[in-house]
Design a binder for this molecule. Structure first.
Ligand code: PGA
Length: 251
């Protein structure tokens, strides 16, 4: 790992927490964030309706991101939110391609490629989620699935790592309590690293690759220190102060 690269610990709160609940949790988290070692940073992805409450916290010792955005810059898309709206609401990042979006909301590679391009054009960083299903893994298609999902990312002229971050999340390990074995994580992250190098040249070396799926207080340390693992994306365990406090500090 690049010595200047900070590990990123990202919290995906999914469809949990009102603005008040989000504010309360972040206030409780502040003492932990205040003692955060300089080798790491924290990003919080609350639901849209809690963004304002989180953006107004001061001092804000975390990066704020949203869980989705539309691919159009604006227009007649009832119920949707644009990248620029997120920026104006205080977000610096957006999560795209989460497997729940791909599966439950039918977001395919084409749509996700358009979302990624628009978000980047509008000045948001993206955390782009990829990962295989159990069937794909068992059919020996791990590499081809990851390659197909990554192929939609746009060209980026400079400083790729400040614009994109990848989250490898095997679908079978998300919210199921299952965690990929350490060997499986290393294998998948190496594949992703090589795909990034092929796509972005030597810039691909410093693009952070997060692991997500079943990350908890008691396994963060062994996962986050693996080769090519530059952080974690945490769902369930990020919504509770005791577990998330440990996840950000205790490794
Ligand atoms: P999990 O979710 O930590 O609850 O497995 C991860 C995610 O959905 O990003």
């Amino acid at each position: 790992m690049d010595a200047n690269m900070k590990k990123l610990i990202a919290a995906n709160w999914k469809m949990h927490k009102t603005g008040m609940e989000a504010h309360k949790l972040l206030s409780e988290l502040d003492p932990f964030l205040n003692t955060l070692p300089t080798d790491r940073e924290v990003a919080i992805f609350p639901p849209f309706t809690a963004l304002a409450a989180c953006a107004n916290i001061s001092p804000k010792r975390f990066q704020l991101g949203a869980q989705n955005c539309h691919y159009a810059k604006e227009g007649a898309f009832t119920g949707e939110i644009s990248a620029n709206m997120l920026k104006c609401a205080g977000c610096s990042k957006v999560l795209l391609g989460h497997s729940e979006r791909r599966t439950l909301f039918h977001e395919d590679d084409v749509i996700l490629g358009k979302k990624a391009s628009t978000a980047l054009e509008e000045g948001l960083g993206i955390v782009f989620c990829i990962g295989e299903t159990l069937t794909e893994r068992e059919a020996g298609r791990l590499r081809s699935v990851l390659a197909r999902q990554l192929a939609v990312l746009p060209e980026i002229a400079t400083d790729v790592s400040s614009h994109i971050c990848i989250a490898y999340e095997p679908v079978w390990a998300i919210g199921t309590g299952k965690v990929a074995g350490l060997h499986e994580i290393v294998e998948a992250h190496e594949i992703v690293r090589n795909l990034l190098l092929a796509r972005y040249g030597s810039d691909g070396k410093s693009v952070r690759i997060l692991y997500g799926g079943g990350v908890k207080a008691n396994n963060t340390g062994e996962i986050i220190n693996l080769e090519n693992v530059d952080g974690v994306l945490v769902g369930n365990a990020s919504m509770n102060i005791d577990t998330f406090g440990k996840i950000i500090l205790d490794w």
